[in-house]
Each structure stands twice: as structure tokens, then as C-alpha cells.
Design a protein. Structure first.
Length: 253
């Protein structure tokens, strides 16, 4: 993954909705989304550069608490207090070390007007992951932990071929039924861009889904079978006592 040089705009803006232009995100929009949003599982063993504190005029830049601000080359110097969900998702997928704090300290709004971490997290889910049917990278490829309802809702939306090709893009088929390419989605009307079937595969090899995706699939199949046994059309109609205990906890990020 290539990390681009940061913007040189260091003049503090007065508009709390200002985001500095930056070559990493400026080419994209609601109708032309970054392809990485549609990668199902995060890459393993990324070769990322070391992090150092952000410097301006030879001095380390610090937040209101006096803590160093980390220099992520792909982040603009100043960020709106109302960043779109897809852009938040893009930044968070660019470098797994990035946190909401790194975004909030760049916001131009006064502290009391900056959204908290939970609000930013919900924005990613509500405005990007849910409408675009994206995966969630927060859990990476680690152990399943506490699966919840959102995990199962996600895998319910994906086809076997999407999981096989490690993507949440649409898999386009020929009239005869064979897959031919991928097609992206957008948050507004657009002409879908197409990508090769293996675009998100490592060296063209079929991907093994992360343990969390496989676990969520297993729960989905089990609940669906139980719903069928009880005469329900969907696992969503099952009574609460048929759901896993972890569904009671809203821990998806």
C-alpha cells in the first residue's frame, strides 16, 4: 500500500467544516469510492513506514493536552468536524495504527463541538459500511471474540463468490453463469467501475476468509436452520432466547 505525501497546508482555518485537499483522498467522492473500501478482509503483514511526531516550523505539534500528534502522511493537516463516513472508513483502512484520536486532533472545531469516538464509529457504520454492505476491519483476522448481530447481518448479505474473491463488490456473471468481473457500488447514482475478479486476492490465490467471517457464517447457517425448523421465514424472526448471548452486546466497531 502506498502512503502519499501529506498536504503542505498548515494555516489554521476558521471554518470548522474545512478539510485540506490531499492527494490521498481528493480524487474520490460518493460516486467514485476508493477500491480498498470493498476489500473484505484486511491485508496481512503490511509493510508500513515508522511513525514520528508531526512537525511544523521545526517544532513538534501537540494537542490541547500537550500530547504529540502523529504524522500520518495520508491525513490532511486539518479535518472537518463532520467528515463523511466513507472517508473515515478509507482513512482507517489505510493504516491499522490510526485511531479516532489522530483524526479528532486535526479537527478545526472547538473541542466541545468535535464528535466523540463513538459518534465517529457510528458514522462509519451508518453512512458507509451498512449502505455499501462493507466488511468491518476492526477485528482484523484475529479470533472471533464476541460475535454479534451485526456480524451475522453482514455475512448474510455476501455471496459465496464474494467471500471467495475477498470482496464486497458485486460479482458480475455471464449469461451462462460464470463470474467475469467485479463491479463497485457508490453512495449516489453512478456508472459502476469494473475490476478483475482477482483484484483483492494475494498473488491471484483464493482467499481463506478470516476466522471471524467463518464464525459468523457458521452462526448464520445455524440460526437460519433453526428458523426453518420453527417455521420462520428468517433467522431475524427467532425469539431472543434462540439467539447467542453475545447478541445482547453491541460491541461491533
Amino acid at each position: 500500500m502506498t502512503l502519499l505525501t501529506k498536504s503542505t497546508d498548515t494555516s489554521p482555518p476558521t471554518d470548522r467544516y474545512h478539510t485540506c485537499p490531499h492527494p490521498h483522498h481528493s480524487p474520490y467522492s460518493e460516486v467514485n469510492l476508493p477500491p480498498i473500501l470493498f476489500r473484505m478482509d484486511s491485508p496481512i503483514g503490511q509493510d508500513l513506514p515508522g511513525l514520528s511526531p508531526l512537525r511544523e516550523n521545526g517544532q513538534v505539534v501537540r494537542d490541547h493536552e500537550g500530547k504529540e500528534i502523529w504524522d500520518f502522511p495520508f491525513l490532511p493537516r486539518y479535518i472537518t468536524s463532520n467528515p463523511p463516513g466513507w472517508l473515515l472508513e478509507y482513512w482507517m483502512r489505510t493504516d491499522p495504527r490510526l485511531t479516532y484520536r489522530d483524526i479528532r486532533v486535526r479537527m478545526t472545531a472547538p473541542l466541545h463541538l468535535r464528535p466523540n469516538e463513538n459518534a465517529l464509529n457510528m458514522r462509519r457504520e451508518r453512512d458507509a459500511r451498512r449502505p455499501l454492505r462493507l466488511s468491518c476491519w476492526t477485528y482484523r483476522r484475529g479470533a472471533p471474540g464476541r460475535l454479534n448481530k451485526i456480524d451475522v447481518e453482514r455475512v448474510e448479505r455476501w455471496s459465496v463468490d464474494q467471500i471467495r474473491y475477498n470482496t464486497t463488490m458485486d460479482v458480475v456473471y455471464t449469461d451462462g453463469g460464470g463470474p467475469v468481473h467485479l463491479a463497485d457500488r457508490a453512495l449516489a447514482a453512478h456508472t459502476p467501475a469494473t475490476y478483475p475478479l482477482g483484484y483483492f486476492l494475494n498473488q491471484g490465490r483464493a482467499e481463506i476468509p478470516s476466522e471471524r467471517i467463518r464464525a459468523a457464517q457458521s452462526v448464520f447457517f445455524r440460526l437460519s436452520e433453526r428458523a426453518k425448523q420453527l417455521g420462520f421465514a428468517s433467522w431475524r424472526q427467532l425469539p431472543d432466547n434462540e439467539w447467542p448471548d453475545t447478541f445482547r452486546y453491541n460491541i461491533s466497531r
